[in-house]
Design a protein around this ligand. Sequence first.
Ligand code: LLP
Length: 423
Amino acid sequence: MSTVRTFTTSRNHIAGIAVTELAEKFGTPVYVYDQQVIDQRIAELKAFDVVRYAQKACGNLAVLDRMRKQGVVVDAVSAGEIRRAMAAGYSLEPGKHEIVYTADIFDRDALELVVKHSLPVNCGSPDMISQLGERRPGADVTLRINPGFGHGHSQKTNTGGQQSKHGIWHTQIDECLRRADQTGVTVTGLHMHIGSGTDLEHLSEVCDAMERTAKEVGRTIKTISAGGGLPVPYKADETYVDLAKYFELWDATRTRLSEEFGHQVALEIEPGRFLTAESGFLIAEVRSVKQVGDNHFVLVDAGFNDLARPVMYGSYHPISVAAKNGDASEREQADVVVGGPLCESGDIFTQREGGYVDSRRLPMTRVGDFVVLENAGAYGFVMASNYNSKTRAAEVLIESGEAKLIRKRETFDDLVRGEVIPG
Ligand code: LLP
């Protein structure tokens, strides 16, 4: 696998199908996923014993179904995600561990489901050990440990260190084991996830912390999970993590622990972004092009209700233009600001963290052209909202050259379902 990626500012096709054709058939804004990209990412992780997809990145049932058919299991962070995994055909058979509930609390719905189906649990807070133990004495659990440090692409996605609410603080292992003993719970595995969109240097530091903690827990440990966090390049100067090297570090840690304990320790990885980010494209139609002082605004029909990452983290998404007629690569380029339809100034796709409006050099657009927000397959649709009473976009999966609708565009009836005007 090459460590770099190239990006283009004009694009006529997605997975071999014309952007204009996709827009015409499914309407805009629309999320389109290229299954081949997901398949390739899955294949790149085959060295790990278990690939557990963090479905929060892109949880459409069709995407989960395709993951399942390729042997990728899932985590679930809520009752909704447990049910989503079940609806996608994941098995509840004990011992298979196809769905693991991993969170920092049990809300009441999640606890009921976990108890009802005897689901494996990865506890991110000491209270979870006791709450599960009371309902299911003798259960096996894994613990999510906060190793005392973390790193993410944004402070909001850093999940380690004392500013983070995530995981069991690394000095509280003994206390957790005593809690577990009270209800006959056994700690059979450990998990560490220090953040999303981090880098190899920080990811590697986790191995040492894992080894130390696993030795403290002792021989009951049968699995270790490296968590998620694998970054993908969103810009030309960003690179992929050297996966062979990453695996090697974890494999060495696992091997040392297997020798120490006298039994095989399984190695899991739990990526979200890595598996789906690059498969996803958000197609939007240009609805207005206007000059505001020095800024040239291109306003499209998708907003932060569709893709929240720029407004939420100042995230950079590659953007390309698909001309309604002809080829955008032949157009003159200009520095433009790309914004959406929402009644809020922050509804800008080209912004930096802190809300500073940036411009992007793109082919000139006219009303009716299309703008494609790329690398939008992870934390894209799943973070969409109905702000401004916008209906959520349709989702489409392209496989074997065919574009299939996997989620209908919401309707007004969907929007007001459940609302009541009291008499
Ligand atoms: N495992 C756990 C326990 C997690 O909390 C997460 C992400 C993952 C795995 C997957 O992380 P990934 O491989 O995708 O980096 N909305 C943010 C990302 C939030 C990530 C939350 N947890 C974004 O748009 O960047």
